[in-house]
Ligand binder design. Sequence first.
Ligand SMILES: Cc1cc2nc3c(=O)[nH]c(=O)nc-3n(C[C@H](O)[C@H](O)[C@H](O)COP(=O)(O)O)c2cc1C
Length: 381
Amino acid sequence: MSKPLTIADLKTRARRRVPKMFFDYADSGSWTEGTYRANEEDFAKVKLRQRVLVDMTNRSLATTMVGQEASMPVALAPTGLCGMQHADGEMLAAKAAEEFGVPFTLSTMSICSIEDVASVTSKPFWFQLYVMKDRDFINNLIDRAKAANCSALMLTLDLQILGQRHKDLRNGLSAPPKWTVHHGIQLATKPFWCMDMLRTKRRGFGNIVGHAKNVSDLSSLSSWTAEQFDPQLSWKDVAWIKERWGGKLILKGILDEEDARAAADSGADAIVVSNHGGRQLDGALSSISMLPRIVEAVGDKIEVHLDGGIRSGQDVLKAVALGARGTYIGRPYLYGLGAMGKPGVTTALEIIRKEMDITMALCGKRDIQTVDRSVIAEVGF
Ligand SMILES: Cc1cc2nc3c(=O)[nH]c(=O)nc-3n(C[C@H](O)[C@H](O)[C@H](O)COP(=O)(O)O)c2cc1C
């Protein structure tokens, strides 16, 4: 098989290796998937400015996100059930990110636990928090993240109620898979995935099992979310979480200027302009099209990050040019992980780095810190 050259190549390979219900879980948006598509499509509307006869030597992509060093302005986004794309997925992805010098964010809904990831990494990673009704459990999660030396807490604000993803319902998504004919057929066609999965003991929600009370049906993500996530989450809760955590705080899921202003007033260190990868409010605008307005509203008060639809280094460069200090990738690394395990995550990061580096040079820039609106020829939205 030839070497993957693009994120799309990794996606093709992941589709071959990962059971349908988990591949579809990654490759899906809510309802019509219109916002999921818009996230990618709107990047193509931003056109870059080609420059020539500019010194292109000694290029640097190094930057910081919430004051922490990153070898390029890309972090791994939190993704639930990452350990179902590949056995021990979160541990593998965290190690790949650490070696590459970019932040890794562990989801509350991960398969490997905070402690599992801490046991295989030597640098601090970030932890993403979903707020549930059981506040003792949340306090305990925050304390576990502190004990594991996590260096930033990312509070996700846009999933207190789950947007319906038709594919998950049709596939009967569950973790671990159920012993039904439907699931059996999906697994039987993916022997390599199954062999790896049989070798690990991590097949449930590692941060939750054994820690949360009254969890009646954890295998079904949708029923568990409906039962446990707190639909009354408010800005007051952001204040106590900030207080309890006491470290760098990133608010994820901001897609509106008014919310961005409230986030800046909350004293958080950064916001992530995000629509959850098109998995929540179908019909919302793409992240990249909202970025300039949000940067305009709060860019001088708080660090602005972006995720959603990044599939290349060109996309990262465009986001940085439009004011993002950093970006996150979700599906691109999940496809790499599903396709090839840890080397696949590294490959995804390498593809993006190489594309970004060459694109930056062709735009006449040598240092990502100097990339700004001047590299954009046209914003087509
Ligand atoms: C399979 C999958 C699971 C996700 N799980 C979480 C999660 O547990 N917590 C969270 O804050 N965001 C979650 N997200 C959203 C990502 O953090 C991120 O916002 C999104 O993937 C960015 O879009 P992209 O996949 O186009 O890069 C998930 C996304 C995907 C694709």
